[in-house]
Design a protein around this ligand. Structure first.
Ligand SMILES: Cc1cc2nc3c(=O)[nH]c(=O)nc-3n(C[C@H](O)[C@H](O)[C@H](O)COP(=O)(O)O)c2cc1C
Length: 196
């Protein structure tokens, strides 16, 4: 039976809980699942399938970009999925980018105010703008799916410049907008894909 790794990184902690929830769903059929912070992953040889998850922190967290870049060769021989936690996502018609199906939390993905004339923030937050650097970091890796999930923001956990960025550019309000049923469904569907 295949072994699965859910490897994540985090800025303030909340993506760790998302990774744990995904790990629980993937383990439902008795499959062995390790949930590890990226920094704790020492190798991928033991795994047939790998989920890599990270928050958007001025783009996908740099530790996640580095991880997929460094492990690109190993990941091309495994079933892979990515997930991103975020607070701002512009809803576009893209449900597939570079042949990879995207799943966007409907509560997170907000349509632009004027379709066809996106504001700076709306352009910054499109799935394509977020994903291009991720796919460029490890172009040989073909994830089966990429999920965008609502995240969590607690201002007191941030450095001053981080809080300023989030308030001015992302214009996000503090709070927890993680959509657990959406995350669980995503993981359940992924489980089916990992099993086939
Ligand atoms: C410095 C900083 C930059 C961020 N940049 C983005 C961003 O570009 N797009 C976005 O949607 N959310 C952004 N966020 C929000 C985080 O992605 C969100 O709060 C996430 O849930 C944090 O996960 P964590 O608790 O695991 O660190 C940013 C947050 C911080 C603190």
């Amino acid at each position: 039976m295949s072994k699965i790794l859910v490897a994540y990184t985090t800025n303030s902690g909340s993506t760790a809980e998302v990774a744990t929830e995904i790990g629980k769903e993937l383990a439902i059929n008795g499959r062995q699942v390790d949930v590890r912070r990226l920094e704790e992953v020492t190798g991928l040889d033991d795994y047939d399938a790998v989920v890599v998850g990270a928050p958007m922190i001025l783009g996908w967290h740099s530790a996640a970009l580095k991880f997929i870049k460094q492990n690109q060769t190993a990941l091309t021989h495994k079933k892979v999925a990515y997930f991103c936690t975020a607070l701002s996502l512009t809803r576009t018609d893209d449900s597939i980018i570079h042949s990879i199906p995207l799943q966007m939390d409907p509560d997170l993905a907000i349509p632009p105010v004027h379709a066809g004339r996106l504001s700076f923030k709306e352009r910054y937050s499109t799935p394509t703008n977020y994903l291009n650097p991720i796919l460029k970091a490890a172009p040989a890796v073909k994830p089966l799916r990429i999920g965008f999930f609502g995240g969590k923001l607690e201002m007191f956990r941030l450095k001053f410049w981080q809080a300023a960025f989030v308030m001015i550019i992302i214009r996000a309000q503090p709070g927890d907008v993680r959509n657990w049923p959406f995350i669980q469904t995503w993981a359940r569907e992924l489980n089916t894909e990992f099993s086939s």
